[in-house]
Write a protein that binds this ligand. Structure first.
Ligand code: AAL
Length: 419
């Protein structure tokens, strides 16, 4: 009822505004004025001039569509579900080579759910995992180098599963932040904090800090159960570590992004008092852009499939909507750690698809390359197209469920009986 009365109130106010607004002297011009015209404007046209960096996708540095290319060089056991790679880190370049870290699962079966999980049977695709890494000299063909962070012995953080890594370079040292599961994912929920390991080289050896650096919130706080997708950047002289939490619980699980900052990679991290700072997304991707931070939010929330921008790294707003954004993207962000005040943006990276495999028995995740133009230094008009002209079969692949068909049949029968 509250929503309806709020909506009604807004309509009344809008009606009053329209009734009192001076009628426009003349119709809006054919050629879009480059600057906001001094005349009455609708909410939509006010927003076009006030909220966005550009007036059209072709001119927006924070709009892009996305293109995908299968990676070469990684073996998935013919897709039998026993190997999974997912949740890649950002890509870094060291001595003329690209590096990426990711969740690596190698188990005798695919994920079987919490009830059937054992010390060797995974509950989820990211259970019983380690962090592995791969290198490349072109971003398309990758050579797997092996384990970076193994599961440590119980009861060290991550003994059940170490997954969903991201990389930070700080004062010449390398830091891998990752979800440190101390229980079977899915037993209560996807509950975990974040731990960190460090090394002098991207090739390791990695030393575990053997401590939790991003703690779960206190009971009743939005991030009490899960600290997911740690995503460190260097901004304003500090480590800005963005993370996701699953909150609100049953019956509707929500996802949002929080921020914790520190002066030292091993903490202490201070959570932003305005958390959550992004109200949608899942494994949200972020990068320095001009003097602020940009984000790609996908999967969940009213603002999913949007590209957002926070001039201060905290207060994000939607800059554009997009389609088929990369999932769990780890972009190549050359200025991720340079504490830049003029972030140049991104053009490619690694992401994942969690829907590989012909059935649940073989379900696994695979890594993919994505390309885009969210860069001040590139102008690729093909990446600025909004109408992707997708073939009918893409749409027909989104079929009605049996329950939806039954509902529609019932509604249609009822409707046809009406006069
Ligand atoms: C991912 C991430 C986190 C979750 C699970 C593995 O997409 O959000 O890492 O725990 O799913």
């Amino acid at each position: 009822m509250k929503t309806a009365s709020l909506h009604c109130g807004r309509l009344v106010l809008l009606g009053l505004a329209l009734a009192t607004a001076p009628l426009a002297a003349e119709p809006f011009p054919f050629r879009i004025p480059p600057k906001k015209p001094d005349r009455p404007l609708s909410e939509a046209m006010n927003r076009l001039y006030d909220q966005y960096m550009a007036l059209m996708p072709e001119d927006s540095e924070l709009y892009s569509n996305f293109r995908y290319t299968p990676l070469k060089g990684l073996d998935y056991h013919d897709g039998d579900g026993t190997i999974s790679r997912r949740d890649p880190s950002k890509v870094i370049k060291v001595d003329g080579k690209y590096y990426v870290w990711y969740t690596h699962r190698r188990t005798t079966t695919s994920a079987q759910g919490a009830a059937k999980a054992t010390d060797t049977i995974p509950s989820s695709d990211w259970d019983l995992c380690e962090i592995w890494y791969a290198t490349s000299t072109d971003g398309f063909t990758w050579t797997e180098k092996g384990v970076a962070v193994p599961r440590p012995p119980k009861p060290q953080p991550g003994w059940r599963s170490a997954c969903t890594p991201d990389i930070l370079i700080w004062k010449g040292k390398y830091y891998l932040y990752y979800q440190a599961f101390a229980d079977v994912s899915g037993r209560r929920g996807d509950d975990c904090p974040v731990a960190v390991s460090y090394a002098d080289s991207p090739n390791g050896p990695w030393t575990s800090a053997n401590k939790i650096v991003i703690l779960n919130g206190a009971p009743g706080e939005w991030d009490q159960y899960s600290i997911h997708d740690p995503y460190p950047l260097v901004y304003k002289g500090k480590i800005y570590l963005y993370y996701k939490s699953d909150w609100n619980g049953k019956p509707v699980l929500l996802r949002a992004t929080g921020l914790a900052t520190a002066d030292d990679p091993l903490g202490p991290f201070t959570k932003c008092p305005l958390n959550p700072v992004i109200n949608s997304g899942h494994e949200t991707t972020l990068f320095p852009f001009k003097g602020g931070i940009a984000a790609i939010a996908q999967h969940n929330g009213l603002e999913h499939n949007t590209i957002q921008y926070a001039p201060d790294g905290i207060n994000f707003h939607v800059e554009s909507t997009t389609t088929f954004p990369p999932i769990a993207a780890g972009p190549y962000v050359p200025d991720a750690f340079t504490d830049t005040t003029d972030g140049r943006g991104i053009t490619w990276g690694i992401a994942h698809f969690t829907t590989a495999g012909e059935s649940r028995a073989t379900q696994h995740s695979i890594l993919t390359r994505f390309d885009c133009d969210l860069s001040q230094d590139v102008n690729d008009p093909e990446m600025k197209k909004t109408d992707l002209s997708l073939r009918p079969e893409i749409y027909f692949s989104q079929t009605l469920s049996r329950a939806q068909q039954e509902r529609i049949t019932k509604e249609t029968r009822t409707d046809l009986q009406k006069p």
